[in-house]
Design a protein around this ligand. Structure first.
Ligand code: ADP
Ligand code: MG
Length: 322
């Protein structure tokens, strides 16, 4: 199989056909049309075998997660996802692997009415770079830098489930159905796209939690020139984490990555309207703290003590994951 037949067989028509694509796969570039008064939001992520995923993972799962974590960045910007490009480096053209991988991508693209419009295919150690593109009404992209003192901090779902899934070998008492739920959380996260689109109107800042709440909230606080204080008793710990590893719940919910929930800030003047709109949309969220002028991230314990929370998500170029 050469590069061209490979593209034709596995990547030619992934996702949903879209009216706004004037030219898709097959030319030197793709050509798309934005809605009037909209801006393009673009983001890319690289996933490298045995760094971001194990090469033993099912190919479907690799495609699924690669697409989802990229779209999660568009969700965090409040963008409506539209198009994707895929730069794929493969050691061999294994039809079974390509079939699974492209099916994983296709599932996620269809879930968000997106389409694959181009890419690049090369031979080498397994890795992939996905570029996702979406659109927002001009000026409405949600930035990390927009939070103000007194804004409430919210998250869109439970925390620590994906981190717990990675530690399951240490917890043989977790029942097989519960193991399955946790593995599902790790392999099939959901990009909070509907949330992001609703938040355009109400949030002052947002970020998706890929590295861990401590680290990602710190990014948002630093970008906004502020600090943050969390009510630790209000954190939405994953229920299975509380059931099987309550002593680790705090650590995994604060510092574990891969949950892909959104963390966002709501100014007091928007809070009522935000809560009404979220309820009408059937979207659940949890208020976990408030933005403050003092830099750094802190936590208020149930006993009323304030503890410093050091950001410690995953970093590629540090010796440890500090
Ligand atoms: P060029 O040599 O002009 O860069 P390529 O031969 O790399 O073009 O690609 C041919 C067409 O196939 C282009 O439209 C490109 O966007 C698309 N393409 C290449 N690889 C992929 C891929 N992995 N997924 C989707 N489209 C791809
Ligand atoms: Mg070319």
């Amino acid at each position: 199989m050469n590069e061209f037949s490979l593209i034709k067989s596995y990547f030619q028509s992934l996702g949903c056909p879209r009216q706004d694509v004037d030219l898709g796969i097959g030319d030197d570039g793709a050509c798309v049309t934005l809605l009037p008064d909209h801006q393009l939001v673009v983001s890319c992520d690289t996933l490298v075998a045995d760094v971001h995923f194990s090469s033993h993972w099912a190919a479907y799962d690799i495609g699924y997660k690669a697409a989802m974590v990229n779209i999660s960045d568009l969700a965090a910007m409040g963008a409506t996802p539209c198009w994707m490009l895929l730069a794929l480096t493969l050691p061999t053209a294994d039809p079974a692997w390509l079939e699974g991988f492209s099916a994983g991508l296709d599932t996620v693209l269809k879930q968000y009415q997106m389409v694959l419009i181009g890419g690049d295919t090369t031979r080498g150690p397994l890795s992939m770079t996905l570029t996702v593109q979406g659109q927002v009404p001009v000026g409405q992209a949600i930035k990390r830098s927009g939070a103000h003192v007194g804004d409430k901090i919210y998250v869109t779902g439970s925390l620590g489930g994906a981190a717990f899934a990675l530690q399951l070998a240490q917890y043989p008492m977790v029942t097989p159905p519960h193991q399955k739920i946790l593995q599902h959380q790790l392999h099939y996260p959901t990009a909070r796209v509907a949330w992001g689109m609703l938040l355009r109107e109400y949030a002052s800042a947002a970020i998706d939690i890929s590295d861990g709440l401590s680290s990602d909230l710190n990014h948002m606080a630093v970008a906004s020139g502020l600090g943050a204080c969390l009510q630790l008793s209000q954190l939405p710990y994953h229920p299975l984490l509380l059931q099987y590893a309550p002593e680790r719940a705090h650590d995994m919910a604060l510092h574990g990555g891969d949950d892909y929930e959104l963390c966002f800030t709501i100014p007091a003047c928007n809070e009522h309207a935000f809560l009404v709109a979220a309820e009408q949309a059937g979207l659940l969220s949890y208020c976990i703290g408030m933005m403050e002028s003092l830099p750094g991230v802190r936590g208020l314990t149930a006993r009323g003590d304030v503890v410093d929370i050091l950001p410690c998500g995953y970093h590629h170029f540090t010796e440890s994951s500090a």
